[in-house]
Design a protein around this ligand. Structure first.
Ligand code: CDT
Length: 321
């Protein structure tokens, strides 16, 4: 059996304050996963760092305090275990973002895909860590992901899921990754037809580099990144927020599900806990993959070497002719 048509749920989360015990957060996630299962969803997508407040907004000196935000060892056995049990009992898969501390002391901003039997079938570690390693002066909230996390070491490995659950080729991205077309294309080149992303994005704030960055523009950029890259790679995409006023910082909402033409199928209306649903048919990705974006017919990799050989942009000088 091949399940290409199914219901997918995007689970937008409201704020999770610093003082919320993880057990309480997991209880809430379990309720939302049950809700998605009640609506016959096959897969529910949770946001980035879904178990805690978005701690990289603070400059924290105590390593013990930093590590308290991380899951150590087997995530299926600790405080998050009930979520895996709901998955198995209700036959619903989920993806989840969390902070991972490995046995050899590495700190990652991680996403996992769990199948409808409560089993982890894919892991991804955030590749594009935004912000800075050192705190900046004169801003209310920091973005210190480069300080607290190691760079993801897995790359972009798509996974083919059990066709009797959902017959999909899934790629996972985490927040800032959604703004990098290279990441999407690496998955696109493996035939991705479902991209899962979760984000914690500040709605507004002081730009250290000047320029306009209000709430509407930030939401526009977030939506644009998902819509454009879904179209360029002919894939469905689910992008979900942790949002609302979290420990004094406003995080953007706007969770959405996008079709392979880059059209928004459904978008969250609130700035709190909200589950959005869509019935999707992965065969709708075939048209784009065989026509406009048939990579094997149209791509010109021999001309793209700059993409992998160079990191920053170079500066050209005018050459009179
Ligand atoms: N969490 C995360 O990756 N947030 C970034 C904000 C970057 S602002 C320096 C994002 O791209 O939404």
């Amino acid at each position: 059996m091949s399940v290409r048509k199914f219901k997918i749920a995007g689970v937008q989360l409201g704020p999770i304050s610093k003082n919320t015990p993880k057990e309480k957060t997991v209880e809430k996630l379990c309720r939302l996963l049950e809700h998605a299962a009640d609506h016959q969803a096959s897969l529910a997508v949770f946001p980035e760092l879904a178990l805690s407040s978005f701690f990289p907004r603070w400059y924290i000196e105590s390593q013990e305090e930093i590590d308290s935000y991380f899951e150590i060892g087997d995530i299926t056995a600790g405080v998050v275990k009930p979520l895996f049990e709901v998955s198995k009992a209700r036959g619903i898969g989920f993806s989840l973002g969390y902070a991972e501390l490995t046995d050899d002391g590495k700190h990652y901003n991680t996403g996992i895909l769990v199948n409808n039997k409560g089993k982890i079938v894919q892991k991804y570690r955030k590749s594009h860590l935004p912000g800075f390693s050192e705190p900046a002066d004169g801003i209310a909230f920091q973005q210190l992901e480069k300080r607290y996390f190691d760079q993801g070491d897995i790359g972009f490995k798509a996974v083919k899921t059990d066709p009797e659950w959902i017959d999909a080729t899934v790629g996972i991205l985490i927040c800032n990754d959604r703004r990098w077309p290279e990441a999407w294309r690496c998955y696109g080149l493996q035939g991705m037809d479902l991209c899962l992303n979760g984000y914690n994005t500040a709605s507004n704030g002081t730009s250290l580099f000047g320029g306009e960055e209000n709430k509407a523009l930030r939401l526009y950029h977030s939506d644009l990144s998902t819509k454009a890259n879904a179209y360029f790679n002919s894939t469905f995409a689910v992008s979900v927020a942790k949002c609302g006023l979290e420990d004094g910082q406003e995080l953007m909402a706007g969770s959405l599900i996008v079709d392979p033409n880059g059209r928004v199928i459904v978008q969250a209306k609130t700035e709190g806990d909200e589950v959005i649903f869509s019935d999707i048919d992965l065969d709708e990705t075939i048209n784009g993959k065989t026509k406009m974006f048939d990579f094997s017919r149209h791509r010109r990799p021999e001309l793209y070497s700059r993409i992998v050989e160079q990191k920053g942009s170079i500066e050209l000088s005018f050459a009179p002719q």
